[in-house]
Ligand binder design. Structure first.
Ligand SMILES: NC(=O)C1=CN([C@@H]2O[C@H](COP(=O)(O)OP(=O)(O)OC[C@H]3O[C@@H](n4cnc5c(N)ncnc54)[C@H](OP(=O)(O)O)[C@@H]3O)[C@@H](O)[C@H]2O)[C@H](O)CC1
Ligand SMILES: [K+]
Length: 246
């Protein structure tokens, strides 16, 4: 068990800015690849396929991707899950128009034969059935969510809230509907079974349910001296792990 470290949203934004600034020069795509990879590892750690029946192995990991970078993490996660032997299905109701890169992520999912559903494909609710779904990956909104939640996401999150006690939800970085600093301030908002904080947990993570939500940190891309410069010790990841259970 390690000591929980949390940084404010302001500091998290400064860390990102510097990582992607001219001195260090990471691209968003690189960080997103590592972020999505770590979320896929968390799914594997939490829901291992080893020893499971073929029926269990065939269940879907239902990844819901939002319109921003949190959604991008979800698209990357789905690709890695497919390689890890899972059966991901992506619901991508509002596709990012920010860059060509998002289209490429969808092309890659097509290449891996991962279904990507649109909002007009009314059958997405079919996937919210415990007998068909291993877990849901909530990659709708991350640290840039500002309430109130607009459609189509409000309706989607309301449906997720109906099933979250029977199908476990894995939230990426910030549970959808939560303010990055203040936590679950808006209705509807997700109550995850698993939270994967990226780089460093944000203040909202102190609102997760004790003994009910499993908390991982992922997005392993910070060397010690850089972490120290921002006032925290790096996390004690083991070996080649991309996640650490807190
Ligand atoms: N270093 C890292 O930790 C990395 C983290 N990454 C991930 O990126 C997200 C933050 O991504 P960002 O694109 O800044 O924001 P979000 O994905 O959280 O959300 C922005 C989109 O959401 C829309 N939005 C916001 N509020 C609402 C609302 N109330 N209703 C509907 N839609 C909303 C917003 O639309 P606007 O029209 O308002 O602009 C955006 O489309 C972080 O949490 C990590 O998951 C990266 O992968 C890099 C590494
Ligand atoms: K999320």
């Amino acid at each position: 068990m390690s000591t929980l470290k949390v940084v404010s949203s302001k500091l998290a934004a400064e860390i990102d800015k510097e990582l992607m600034g001219p001195q260090i020069g990471f691209t968003l795509q690189q960080l997103m690849e590592l972020a999505g990879f770590s979320v896929a590892q968390a799914v594997c750690r939490q829901f291992p396929l080893r020893g499971k029946t073929e029926t269990e192995k065939g269940k879907h990991v239902f990844v819901i991707a939002g319109p921003g970078n949190n959604g991008g993490d979800g698209l990357v996660c789905a690709r890695h899950l497919k390689l890890f032997g899972y059966n991901p299905v992506v619901f991508y109701p509002k596709r990012s128009e920010r860059t060509e890169f998002y289209k490429q992520l969808v092309h890659q999912l097509n290449f891996f034969k991962v279904p990507v559903l649109s909002q007009d494909e009314g059958n997405w609710l079919e996937y919210l059935k415990p007998e068909k779904t291993l877990c849901i990956v909530d990659a709708i909104f991350g640290f840039s969510f500002k309430p109130p939640m607009r459609e189509p996401f409000k309706g989607i999150v309301e449906e997720l809230c109906k099933v979250q006690n029977i199908i476990p939800i894995v939230s990426v970085d910030v549970p959808t509907g939560w303010d990055v600093d203040k936590g679950p301030i808006s209705q509807p908002s997700i109550n995850p079974a698993v939270l994967v904080s990226l780089t460093v947990p944000k203040p909202c993570s102190s609102h997760i349910r004790e003994n009910q939500t499993t908390h991982y940190v992922g997005g392993r891309f910070i060397p010690r001296d850089f972490a120290n410069k921002f006032g925290f010790e790096p996390f004690g990841y083991e070996s080649t792990d991309q996640i650490l259970k807190l």
